[in-house]
Design a binder for this molecule. Structure first.
Ligand code: ATP
Ligand code: MG
Length: 557
């Protein structure tokens, strides 16, 4: 972890205001929150919001936060996800107090269900799932009582014990709360508390064949852990009365309270684990950490820092209002963070050979380049310069359009940190493609020499051909083209330009770059050394975010 999260204790939002008043009026002694992911996939940037809010608020008020796996659905959960989620939360910069599993509470949840049955507040229903759904009614019509609603306590205890013992097949029986089939809140129309599922659970194996439903399990998990403020997204608002009912009727000694905030949605981004898993399963991306994925691991691999993600989330604040946030805002935070962090270097994505015909053959000189103009204290570095260089293909045009100030026959430009060069002639291959640009340089124009006799309009970057290192440079665009359509096949929705691979060159000054190191390739963008595919012989760089400049990387021909 690079840095502990910045404090936001002085921040004010509706949840912090509630916490402040709960503390000052002694309703709670210590703030306890939890981040409760279901281990059915990797975390995405939406989860980062929930993480920052839960850990951030407890941290601000000297409280505690548990990382709790909400693992009540054995069919979808896996220990691979359990591991990945821990890694992602820690990488974001948060340390949990307790590491908990909802499945560790199955026995207590079962006991509490027996209590509900004994109180006449729960019953076993053996209607089919369709019948349960149909008799639930609608927003405008009341539901119908189940024919099994008035079973005796003894009969319910007996049937529930047999459900647990594995006597019944999946889908044949459920345990339901007995609340009110006419309630205007559909969640209170005898919600299902337990279902039968003969499945192997990642944590409890085959110990259980009945599993609690989210709406029953979640409030109990919170209460068992002594959570004071259960912070979740807005879609759970209508469940709040049921949450309170469960805590109250199950006679939990600790009483947590649920508060809802707006979900994070990003433009042009699918953000549901279900869909992200499909992309992975169908092989449309290179795993959950594909740099185009909106997962925390994808952002990490792409090169975003935890600081950038946290400052983005902090800027969003804690509000009830949802809506889509522009992906550009996240990029803005990444740029701000990387601008200070990333050393500058030159890299050529699509190389074109440039030969300086009047530069002595066999000579190399070292030129000074600024490491990071934002941080003058870091000083300068030395980069080699010699007769043969690589420049970007699109920094040269044989027939330039108006206002093109880069290199073209007869034009003089500045080579960044080096000399002025003038294009004298071009060399073409059999197909008529320009494969080499031949220039002359003016030794008087050396950068830093104070030369002012002539000015040029264009400055281009370069790398020294003799010492440059071949590298694979990956450019990214949004993974999906257009609005995501959950009904349509995924494959057709993938943006074919979402990954473009360039075989380019980096300067020898970054030859020791290690996986995860970040650089600004001048005039182009911020890049990260890909931690997965980079080997000692073959460096791979991921575009994190382009510079704001007008420089546009054109698709490779
Ligand atoms: P998904 O639909 O992607 O699977 P989820 O809500 O089912 O998401 P959980 O693992 O249940 O995923 O989520 C853990 C916590 O993260 C929950 O409290 C949930 O409200 C929160 N969360 C999930 N998605 C977002 C989001 N887009 N913005 C803010 N919080 C989110
Ligand atoms: Mg979910």
């Amino acid at each position: 972890m690079e840095q502990t999260p910045e404090t936001t204790a002085s921040a004010s939002d509706f949840i912090r205001d509630i916490v402040r008043s709960d503390l000052s009026e002694n309703r709670v002694k210590e703030v306890v929150t939890r981040f409760p992911p279901e281990p059915n996939g990797y975390l995405h940037i939406g989860h980062a919001k929930s993480i920052c809010i839960n850990f951030g608020i407890a941290g601000d008020f000297g409280g505690r936060t548990n990382l709790r796996f909400d693992d009540t659905n054995p069919l979808k959960e896996d220990s691979e996800y359990v591991k990945a989620i821990q890694e992602d939360v820690a990488w974001l910069g948060f340390q949990w107090d307790g590491l908990r599993f909802a499945s560790d509470y199955f026995e207590e949840m079962y006991e509490r269900a027996l209590l509900l049955i004994r109180k006449g507040l729960a019953y076993v229903d053996d209607q089919s799932a369709d019948q349960v759904r149909e008799s639930r009614g609608t927003l405008t019509s009341p539901g119908q009582n189940s024919p099994h609603r008035d079973r005796s306590v003894e009969e319910n205890l007996n049937l529930f014990a047999r459900m647990r013992a594995g006597e019944f097949a999946d889908g044949t029986h459920v345990l339901r709360a007995k609340i009110d089939m006419t309630s205007p809140n559909l969640n209170l129309r005898d919600p299902v508390l337990y279902r039968i599922s003969h499945a192997v659970h990642h944590n409890t194996g085959e110990k259980w064949c009945i599993y609690p439903m989210y709406a029953y399990a979640h409030p109990l998990e919170d209460a068992i852990e002594g959570v004071t403020h259960s912070l979740c997204t807005l879609e759970f608002k209508d469940q709040r009365p049921l949450y309170d009912w469960v805590v109250h009727e199950c006679e939990m000694p600790n009483v947590p309270h649920q508060y809802e905030f707006g979900r994070l949605n990003l433009t042009d981004t699918v953000m549901s684990k279900r869909h992200l898993k499909k992309l992975v399963d169908e092989g449309l991306v290179d795993g959950w950490d594909d740099p185009r994925m909106p997962t925390i691991s994808g952002f990490r691999r792409r090169g975003f820092t935890p600081e950038a993600i946290r400052s983005f989330i902090t800027e969003l604040g804690v509000t009830v209002a949802g809506g889509e946030v522009d992906y550009k805002l996240l990029e803005h935070h990444a740029r701000q963070d990387l601008n200070l962090r990333a050393p500058r270097t030159s890299a050529v994505l699509r190389p074109l050979k440039l030969v300086i015909t009047n530069y002595p053959e066999g000579q190399t000189e070292m030129l000074e380049a600024t490491i990071n103009p934002e941080r003058p204290e870091l000083g300068k570095k030395q980069v080699p310069f010699s007769r043969e260089l690589y420049i970007e293909q699109d920094d040269f045009m044989e027939v330039p359009p108006p206002k093109y100030h880069r290199l073209y026959p007869g034009n003089e430009v500045r080579l960044k940190d080096a000399y002025f060069v003038t294009c004298q002639e071009v060399v073409k291959d059999d197909q008529g493609e320009v494969v080499e640009v031949r220039c002359t340089y003016d030794p008087e124009t050396k950068s830093g020499s104070g030369f002012t006799a002539r000015k040029v309009k264009g400055t281009i970057h370069w790398v020294d051909a003799a010492t440059a290192i071949a590298a694979e440079i990956r450019l990214y665009e949004p993974l999906l083209q257009g609005e995501f359509d959950a009904e349509a096949p995924l494959e057709a929705q993938i943006n074919p330009a979402s990954l473009q691979v360039c075989n380019g060159y980096i300067g020898v000054d970054v030859k020791d770059a290690a996986p995860g190191d970040k650089f600004q390739f001048v005039r182009q963008g911020f890049f990260n050394v890909d931690p997965k595919d980079t080997t000692p012989e073959h460096k791979v760089f991921n575009l994190i975010v382009s510079l704001k400049s007008s420089f546009k990387v054109e698709p490779q021909k």
